[in-house]
Design a protein around this ligand. Structure first.
Ligand SMILES: C[S@@+](CC[C@H](N)C(=O)[O-])C[C@H]1O[C@@H](n2cnc3c(N)ncnc32)[C@H](O)[C@@H]1O
Length: 242
């Protein structure tokens, strides 16, 4: 695939700084990417799967933290091509590869010590009006559908004792995602690592769809003065030992 117009983006979070090229039509690393990276533990030599890898930014964080091998998967063809070019530019292409396809579909038979589960989790209607998900690869009607499908498919790819890092937010049906995580991993195997509040941009906060999803209880936002805040949480889900 030909490269689209790009701009340089400098990641100054964990394992940074490093620069990548972001192409038009590819997800721009967000405050969620950064908080997830802040909670991420990668032990040297571990293998990692990064589901919903976008530009590849969290795959590169994992590699720079010492992962032996990193597999990113993406449904956005433009993102896969962009991430692969970034891996080559960073000199990481021998350890990091990106595959096109949904969730774990392109990874049949592949297992890992760590899954980074930063797949889209914003309700489709909010994603469409915010422009946060170029190409429209968002999280489903309530923002829980894609993350829940990811959790359900993750277990066979996670080695015994392996860890899955999961962001959840009050801007999705967070309860549905956490119920699925508890059912799949078990109550005692889910640990909250981080929690942050972020303001919603005015355009999003004022949108009728956000009001409707709040009224129906799908999203749960906090009013502070004239601003609406959403809460991000990062979780570590641990697979049982062998
Ligand atoms: C919130 S973005 C995170 C991207 C990247 N991890 C980052 O931090 O910048 C979620 C990504 O998941 C991708 N995605 C959505 N549905 C997917 C699916 N079913 N399988 C794989 N990737 C998916 C989107 O295209 C998007 O790039």
């Amino acid at each position: 695939m030909d490269a689209a117009p790009t701009h340089e983006y400098t990641w100054d979070g964990p394992a940074g700084p490093f620069s990548i090229h972001l192409e038009e039509g590819v997800f721009v690393p967000s405050s969620t990417s950064r908080e997830l990276a802040n909670g991420l533990i990668i032990n040297p030599g571990e293998d990692v799967i990064d589901v919903g890898s976008g530009s590849g930014v969290l795959s590169f964080v994992a590699a720079r933290l010492g992962a032996a091998r990193v597999y990113g998967t993406e449904v956005n063809e433009r993102a896969v091509a962009c991430a692969q070019r970034n891996a080559e530019a960073l000199g990481l292409a021998d350890r990091v590869e990106f595959r096109l396809g949904s969730l774990f579909e392109p990874l049949e038979g592949v297992t890992a010590d760590v899954v980074i589960g930063d797949v889209s989790g914003i309700p489709d209607e909010i994603a469409a009006m915010s422009g946060w998900f170029p190409g429209g690869f968002s999280g489903g009607p309530t923002g829980a559908e894609v993350p829940v499908a990811m959790l359900e498919a993750a277990r066979v790819h996670l080695r015994p004792g392996g860890r899955l890092y999961l962001p959840t937010g009050s801007i999705q049906d967070e309860g549905a995602v956490l119920r699925a995580a508890r059912a799949i991993f078990g109550e005692g195997r889910i640990r909250q690592l981080r929690e942050r509040l972020f303001p919603l941009p005015g355009k999003v906060a004022e949108a009728a769809v956000v009001r409707r999803l709040m009224d129906s209880g799908v999203v749960s936002l906090i009013r502070k003065g004239s601003r609406l805040l959403w809460q991000l949480r990062v979780w570590e889900c641990t697979a049982p030992p062998a």
